[in-house]
Design a protein around this ligand. Structure first.
Ligand code: CDP
Length: 227
């Protein structure tokens, strides 16, 4: 696919809808570059917490990021690594503390502009599948294919709970559900770059679907487009 022409696939949806696991597998199968936009917001949150203990109560949080360099690598085994000033922080950014603090960081317009420019730069040379909240609406409004992945809050809470369990993290499912519902509200109501289901996006409700079926469906949408 990459030899022919460069295409951009935007995958948006709420927390736990399966965006990242589906996008990674599709990227692997169709030889696309996968870009995880949420990981950049997570990396920024991690950095600010490391430096300041709590997120500074200030607008223009990007002022704190002048000496920070981000990088992301989509590995051959289908994993994605995120680097901050050359340190691999891929595991550090998947914690509840980050999830609790990320809302305020992603509400900051200066942070959003910085992240958007990074994401566009990473996409310059490749056909990419990128997941997030505002990829099809703000980052790449002209994306070739836009997909909106959804699932009920209950299903998403169970998925996130299983993910934490697999990595040995001990969490309470009720807390996870509350956190997801709160993050939905934050993600859907921010003034810039909010999560919304746009008319030009293909809507897939994955609540009752097996992961393999979602992957198959997304692959077939992309193949149909590319033929
Ligand atoms: O995996 P999950 O859906 O929980 O989160 P993520 O994709 O890693 O994104 C984490 C958070 O980053 C989201 O809840 C948003 O607050 C923010 N985010 C954003 O504002 N815009 C994006 N394009 C991606 C993530």
């Amino acid at each position: 696919m990459t030899e022919n022409r460069k295409i951009i696939i935007a995958v948006d949806g709420p927390a736990g809808s399966g965006k990242s696991s589906i996008s990674k597998e599709v990227a692997k199968q169709l030889k696309l570059k996968y870009i995880d936009s949420g990981a950049v917001y997570r990396a920024i949150t991690w950095y600010l917490l490391e430096k300041h203990d709590e997120i500074p109560a200030k607008h223009n949080l990007s002022d704190y990021l002048k000496d920070v360099f981000f990088d992301q690598v989509f590995n051959e085994d289908g994993t994605c690594s995120t680097f901050l000033n050359e340190r691999d922080i891929s595991n550090d950014i998947r914690t509840e503390v980050i999830a609790k603090n990320i809302g305020i960081v992603s509400d900051d317009i200066s942070v959003r502009e910085l992240v958007n420019s990074i994401l566009r730069k990473w996409s310059e040379m490749y056909s990419v599948i990128m997941d997030g909240r505002d990829i099809g609406s703000v980052v790449f409004p002209d994306a070739n294919i836009k997909i909106y992945l959804d699932a009920s809050v209950d299903v998403r809470a169970v998925r996130r709970f299983e993910e934490y369990k697999e990595t040995g993290k001990n969490v309470d499912i009720k807390d996870i559900k509350k956190q997801i519902a709160l993050r939905d509200t934050q993600d859907m109501s921010r003034p810039f770059g909010k999560l919304e289901r746009r008319e030009d996006a293909i809507y897939i409700d994955t609540s009752e679907m097996k992961k393999e079926d979602v992957i198959r469906k997304v692959c077939s949408i992309i193949k149909d487009y590319s033929m």
